[in-house]
Design a protein around this ligand. Structure first.
Ligand code: SF4
Length: 387
């Protein structure tokens, strides 16, 4: 497949995102003297961390880069991999470059992970964000603005730097720019998937939540310009929307094997937190914390970890399939991920009612062999191309 990054650049960025010793974070800290904060998926208001003078970094577990030697004993066997591998990173000192950790109320395992971290690392600051359980409630906006105010105080204590509204507004503006570029990247891929592979798009998106935003912006701008200038022929492939991998992330080789099996992945929910807010926060108006809260509540994606009765998630998926003129849906869920698997039942019913072909696949982050998945997808693709 045509690729916007040259082989060597893609390989270099891939090494950067896969390196669980976080060399870019360590270098950043040495150069700037600033602190870094790791946050668990799915969504974190990174602006609060950045405005406090620290680097927010998305943590996506150990992938297939580490062996679980210690963390297995702290969790039941039926818990998803990312929870265990994130703890394993901590127990093997890979997270020692982080001066604090942030977790959320997305599911029971993630909630428990925060407590296990506190117990195992008593000297590491750990914070927990309580997002509103009912975003449609009239009290949700004031509640979330208050929760963000509390976090600003916490992050200010961690960094020793109290945040002003002007600093918050500047961080919001910077991350609005990153999110706008990611939206452009996804729009370009949906319109011309021959110009930008899902793997390249994945690597770029992952860089945007690992590197400082000041570095992400030129990286994304350059990649977009390169993809737009690329001459590439369209191939006879099935155009799919992929859904289900919003928290634990599939191995890059697995994404690659889906494409090689004959799919154009027009859209996905990988690393969903990076694209959680759908409009510029600044455009919500008002004080920065209220604008951030307003964006989370009213200008954000459908997500299995945000129970918003005003936005049925299956309807959101159907809209996406229709808007992108997709042929099919691939559900790619992490093993033991309850929020994803519960939603699959809803998606499946809606897709069947609308005669939209779909394929269910399960993954674990430490998978190494993709032949079985690839041949399953090839069979699915052939059944659609030659039916
Ligand atoms: S992968 Fe699913 S179950 Fe595991 S922490 Fe994430 S949302 Fe929770």
């Amino acid at each position: 497949m045509a690729t916007v990054m040259t082989e060597s650049r893609a390989e270099a960025y891939r090494e950067v995102i896969e390196d669980r010793a976080f060399p870019t974070v360590r270098t950043y800290k040495e150069k700037t003297g600033r602190a870094a904060v790791g946050y668990f998926p799915v969504y974190t208001p990174v602006e609060l961390v950045h405005a406090s003078g620290m680097l927010p970094v998305a943590l996506f577990g150990g992938g297939n880069q580490i062996e679980l030697a210690h963390a297995d004993s702290r969790f039941q066997s039926f818990v998803c991999s990312i929870v265990k591998s994130t703890l394993e990173l901590g127990l093997t000192d890979k997270l020692d470059c982080f001066d604090g950790m942030v977790f959320h109320s997305i599911c029971d395992p993630a909630r428990n992970l925060a407590s296990v971290f506190k117990r195992n690392f008593p000297d590491k600051p750990v914070e927990f964000i309580h997002f509103p359980q009912n975003p449609g409630s009239p009290s949700a906006l004031a509640y979330l603005e208050g929760e963000y105010q509390r976090l600003v105080g916490v992050f200010g204590q961690w960094s020793g730097h109290q945040v002003s509204d002007a600093q918050l507004a500047a961080s919001i503006e910077l991350y609005d720019r990153v999110r706008a570029l990611l939206r452009e990247l996804y729009a370009l891929r949906a319109a011309s998937p021959e110009r930008l592979s899902a793997v390249d798009s994945y690597v770029l998106t992952r860089c945007s939540c690992l590197l400082p935003p000041e570095e992400s912006v030129p990286l994304l701008e350059g990649a977009l310009a390169g993809a737009r200038a690329l001459e590439a022929k369209t191939q006879d492939r099935v155009r799919v929307v992929l859904i289900g991998a919003f928290c634990e992330q599939p191995p890059l080789d697995l994404i690659d094997s889906l494409e090689r099996a004959g799919c154009y992945i027009l859209d996905d929910d990988f690393q969903l937190g990076t694209r959680f807010l759908t409009d510029d926060v600044a455009s919500a108006g008002g004080p920065p914390l209220r604008a951030l809260a307003e964006s989370y509540l009213n200008h954000s994606v459908h997500a299995s970890v945000k129970h918003d009765l005003r936005k049925p998630r299956a309807a959101g998926l159907l809209d996406k399939v229709r808007d992108l003129h997709a042929d099919a849906v691939i559900f790619l869920g992490a093993k033991f991920c309850e929020p994803a698997l519960f939603d699959y039942a809803l998606y499946r019913r809606a897709l069947e009612e609308h005669d939209i072909p779909h394929l269910f696949l399960e993954f674990e982050e430490k998978m190494w062999l993709y032949d079985r998945v690839q041949s399953e997808v090839e069979t699915f693709v052939e059944s659609m191309l030659f039916s």
